[in-house]
Ligand binder design. Structure first.
Ligand code: ATR
Length: 274
């Protein structure tokens, strides 16, 4: 039996154990996935235990995605660009950090919306950890242009600079949203605005939304945020955050096991738990 962990704090809300264990069982693989509540001051010791206990790897979640990097031997190009790790693989004692949040997001986006990234003007709301992951993945996959608008402009500028090596990227201002949204092909909300179930908050004035847009919200609980609802009402194509969660897990599954993940089963497992 091989152990795979999840390091986070707090951890009780996570649906990853349910999803990953269902996937291992369905494929007949001898892995067990266990969540560990790791306090920040214990992260280094917890990372050492991956080697000591012979674990195949771990997922890493809030608040450890950045700090775990200092405990690892190697980082994938995506993890380096994003500046965060959500998946660790133990290759015979060498700990390798990956980031499947961004690539999982893009896979879900392309499958669900059929958008063509090389033709897409992308407008990202927010510049935190989640924005870094999805914007970096879109830049690596050759988006036509990425614009970032953030409440704290300095963070938006930093992110745009990071992306600039891979595709045209710039920080833009909230005041220019009407024009920016009218020219965008894809609008992505990475802020936490709209996150709480029953919350009616929306990260931009809904009348800016239009039918030529694909509107994507990383929030998956509620499944339909007010942003997505207002977008659908105006004829826009919408994309919720559930697919990102499923595919970040599916790509981690493949990194650990070398096998394709049973994506449909993972999706059904999560849907029936929501
Ligand atoms: P995550 O890892 O989920 O991205 P984060 O790194 O804390 O979390 O980033 C949260 C993002 O949501 C940030 O872009 C934040 O804007 P600031 O950089 O100005 O803090 C944005 N955000 C959170 N609450 C917001 C609000 N009420 N209005 C606008 N933006 C908000």
């Amino acid at each position: 039996l091989t152990l795979i962990g999840l390091f986070g704090h707090p951890i009780h809300h996570s649906r990853s154990p349910l999803m990953q264990n269902a996937a291992f069982r369905a494929k007949g693989l001898p892995y067990t996935y266990v969540a560990f509540d790791v306090f920040p001051e214990q992260l280094k010791t917890a990372a050492e235990s991956i080697r000591i206990l012979g674990m195949r790897g771990v997922n890493v979640t809030i608040p450890h995605k950045v700090d775990i990097m200092a405990c690892l031997d190697e980082l994938s190009p995506a993890a380096k660009l994003i500046g965060a790790v959500n998946t660790v693989v133990n290759e015979k004692g060498t700990l390798i950090g990956h980031n499947t949040d961004g690539s999982g997001y893009v896979r879900s986006l392309l499958e669900e919306t059929r958008l063509s990234l090389p033709d897409a003007n992308v407008l990202v709301l927010g510049a935190g950890g989640a924005a870094r992951a999805v914007a970096a993945a879109m830049a690596l996959q050759g988006a036509k242009r990425i614009q970032i608008v953030n409440r704290t402009p300095e963070k938006g500028r930093e992110l745009a600079e990071r992306l600039g090596t891979f595709c045209p990227a710039e920080a833009v201002s909230y005041q220019d949203l009407p024009e920016l949204v009218s020219e965008a092909d894809l609008l992505v909300n990475t802020t936490s605005v709209g996150m709480h179930p029953n919350e009616q908050e929306i990260p931009l004035p809904p009348d800016l939304l239009h039918e030529k847009l694909v509107v994507s919200d990383l929030i998956y609980n509620p499944r339909q945020t007010r942003l997505l609802w207002e977008a659908a009402k105006r004829g826009a194509k919408t994309h919720g955050g559930l697919g990102m969660f499923i595919y970040q897990g599916a790509e981690a599954f493949t990194l650990w096991t070398g096998e394709d993940a049973p994506v449909e089963l993972m999706r059904k497992t999560i849907e029936s738990s929501l």
